[in-house]
Design a protein around this ligand. Structure first.
Ligand code: PAF
Length: 290
């Protein structure tokens, strides 16, 4: 496996392979790789001839009060995981290369970024959209994979790739969970023992909502009430949002006519957890979006 640090070397590597007709798969990450990333890497490995993983803790998607300086950076074990999974290139740019002095262009996807994580973390999605667009421009992948765990991010990236004709197919892969249902995330290591014990309540709440819809319930107020009650079993977990939304626009629904995505965010002490579950009213046909 090669480690590439400069945008010029990365672009040259991709350009050479593209000229030879090689298909390039890409998994953009901020490192602290876990089994969720491993599953994206494995899928990309199977679908493409060559595979690039980027490891870059992108400063522009963190607000000044967030955890940029303490974000986990276990680069040795990250590289080992990439090597184990047959990654060809680990692209590890430094911030000044991606954002040199004078850098001023940003990418926004306003409607998809307006609610949920976008409302809780202003500028977050502009940072994500900008860095992902830059990474696509440098790596020039044919296929890029994103985890469903960050559903809003994946939908937004799919939209920007289409809107800007970036020539990359975006694929969303299912969330990988711990045995108790907690969605894998690089930030789970911040949870102390008590927090870790109650953290699965978020996935349990979303699962309860999913089961209601799959049982035919279309009344969103009733579904949201059950999800909230599930979480509120533990007084130390605070709901930021629990919503039943259209899976494409992410706008909240009041009645589930067909497909929905259930989105949730909670706060446990200083830690925010997000998760989601797709659901579908049984027996209705629709365009598949996930
Ligand atoms: O999901 C992430 O790890 C990041 O938001 C991404 C897509 C790598 C952009 O920095």
């Amino acid at each position: 496996m090669k480690t590439i640090r400069t945008t010029r070397a990365m672009a040259a590597w991709s350009e050479r392979l593209r000229r030879e007709g090689v298909t390039i798969g890409f998994v953009p990450t901020m490192g602290a790789l876990h089994d969720g990333h491993r599953s994206l890497i494995r899928t990309a490995r199977l679908r493409c001839d060559a595979l690039v993983v980027s490891i870059f803790v992108n400063p522009s998607q963190f607000s000044p009060t967030e955890d940029l300086s303490t974000y986990p950076r276990p680069i040795t074990s990250d590289r080992a995981l990439c090597r184990e999974e047959g990654v060809d290139v680990c692209f590890e740019p430094i911030a000044q290369t991606l954002y040199p002095q004078g850098f001023q262009t940003t990418v926004t996807v306003p409607a998809l970024a307006r609610r949920w994580e976008g409302a809780a973390r202003p500028h977050h999605f502009t940072g994500v959209a900008t860095v992902v667009t830059k990474l696509f421009g440098i790596v020039r992948p044919h296929l890029a994979l994103f985890g469903q765990k960050d559903y809003q991010q994946a939908v937004l990236v799919r939209q920007l790739a289409e809107d800007l004709n970036l020539g990359v197919a975006i694929q969303m892969r299912p969330t990988v969970r711990e045995r108790d249902g907690l969605a894998m995330s690089s930030r789970n290591i911040y949870l102390d023992a008590d927090e870790r014990r109650i953290a699965p309540l978020l996935s349990q709440a979303l699962r309860a909502g999913q089961e209601m819809i799959e049982g035919g319930m279309s009344n969103v107020a009733a579904i949201e009430q059950v999800m909230r009650q599930t979480i509120e079993q533990a007084p130390t977990i605070h709901v930021e949002y629990l919503a039943v939304c259209d899976p494409n626009s992410l706008e909240p629904l009041s009645v589930v006519a067909n497909r929905a995505i259930l989105l949730g965010a909670v706060r446990l002490g200083s830690i925010r957890l997000i998760d989601n579950r797709p659901a579908k009213i049984p027996g209705r046909k629709s365009r598949t979006t996930q």
